[in-house]
Design a protein around this ligand. Structure first.
Ligand code: KG4
Ligand code: ZN
Length: 359
């Protein structure tokens, strides 16, 4: 079955065509088109909703056209359209939803509404490296969400913890702004952190015969809620701690790589500690990562190492990097599993829902 996915929840206009086999649940990605507005929003230091909305309107039809032609698919071969209904920026979501509604009406196709977070969760189902076994645990970390979820079987998802304030990606983006770095914060902060780690390793190698390897005046930031009894997160205190340290440190511009390293390490340690704790409690057989922050190489590596050490029997899965940040393949995939359950939406009643929750 051929599914067209459409995603416009934030600053990426995306469309994709997948071929889903409902019996085997195998997915073939026929096209994955993402028109990113990052370059446009960079000069404002973040996403400007009004600008994002206008860009979506300009891009949506060319992006859908490209997705269909790259898939070598004629409209009449399409079985249905899956579209992000929310959560996200209402003025961005509306372009995707209204386009999907119009096309469904004109092309006589059925429509499936998709929760954006569901999309991130199902990014792990696009091309899993090994079978997903249940109960599973999923950490979704993006610019808008930090959520730990339990999945007892497909389409049976429960939130067990989430952020009480900023999302992990938002923490990266806000820190980058404070450090005078560009938007989005995740990739640039991780680049500086990597640079700092490399320098540290080099220094250690040079002094390999000496025991004096720990640097003096090391920057130390807190790990909020790391030992709390629940599975919730909080990142706003970390951001404030960074601000206070920068205000006290007249030399901070010379220490940007070290600030990035410590800040990223604090985020990663919190995410790993909570994930391991939840996986132990819920006896998770598979642990999955998803969302834009899971593109982070250090998070992927450290999480894999921690799981291997602490819960060696668990299966650890991460989507291919191109499916971690916003894309429409994950939306089409989440739609595919809803189609299997016969969960279609009447296009006449489909409406955006900017604050949609996971049910
Ligand atoms: O999933 P996504 O594309 O959009 C939302 O649904 O929010 O995630 C975007 C977020 C941004 O906050 C960005 O800074 C973060 O993901 N991000 C990263 C990396 N690449 C993107 N964070 C850490 N490391 C990265 N390599
Ligand atoms: Zn997202």
């Amino acid at each position: 079955m051929y599914i067209l996915g459409i995603e416009t929840s934030c600053d990426e206009t995306a469309a994709s065509v997948i071929n889903f086999n409902p019996r085997t649940e195998k997915i073939q990605v026929l096209s994955n088109i993402v028109s990113s507005q990052i370059e446009i929003h960079k000069k404002y230091g973040g996403v400007v909703p009004e600008v994002a909305a206008r860009e979506h309107v300009l891009n949506i039809l060319p992006v859908i056209n490209e997705a269909l032609s790259a898939a070598h698919l004629k409209v009449k071969q399409l079985n249905c359209i899956g579209v992000t209904k929310g959560p996200g920026l209402i003025t961005s979501l509306i372009t995707g939803v209204e386009t999907a509604r119009t096309l469904a009406y004109a092309w006589h196709k059925s429509i499936v509404e998709v929760n954006h977070i569901d999309g991130h969760i199902y990014s792990n189902f696009i091309a899993p490296q090994s079978p997903i076994t249940f109960p599973a645990l999923i950490l979704t970390v993006s610019g808008g969400h930090t959520i730990l979820l339990r999945m007892t079987k497909k389409r049976n998802i429960r939130i067990i913890g989430e952020t009480r304030d900023d999302a992990a990606g938002e923490a990266y983006d806000k820190a980058a702004k404070m450090l005078g770095l560009e938007y989005p914060g995740g990739p640039i902060i991780s680049k500086y952190a990597e640079q700092y780690q490399k320098n540290l390793d080099q220094k250690k190698n040079n002094k390999s015969n000496s025991s004096k390897t720990s640097p003096k005046n090391r920057i130390i930031l807190p790990r909020p809620m790391i030992n709390s009894k629940d599975f919730d997160f909080s990142f706003s205190g970390l951001k404030t701690a960074l601000l206070y340290q920068l205000q006290k440190d007249h030399n901070w511009r010379k220490r940007i790589p070290e600030y990035c390293f410590e800040y990223q390490q604090a985020i990663i340690e919190i995410l790993i500690t909570k994930t391991i704790k939840a996986a132990r409690k819920f006896k998770s057989k598979t642990i999955m990562l998803s969302g834009g922050v899971s593109a982070n190489t250090e998070l992927r590596t450290q999480m894999a190492q921690a799981i291997k050490k602490e819960i060696p029997q668990a299966n650890f899965l991460i989507p291919d990097k191109k499916y971690t940040t916003d894309n429409a393949v994950m939306i089409a995939t989440a739609a595919a599993y809803k189609v299997k359950q016969g969960k279609f939406t009447d296009f006449k009643h489909l409406q955006v829902d900017a604050s949609l929750q996971l049910k």
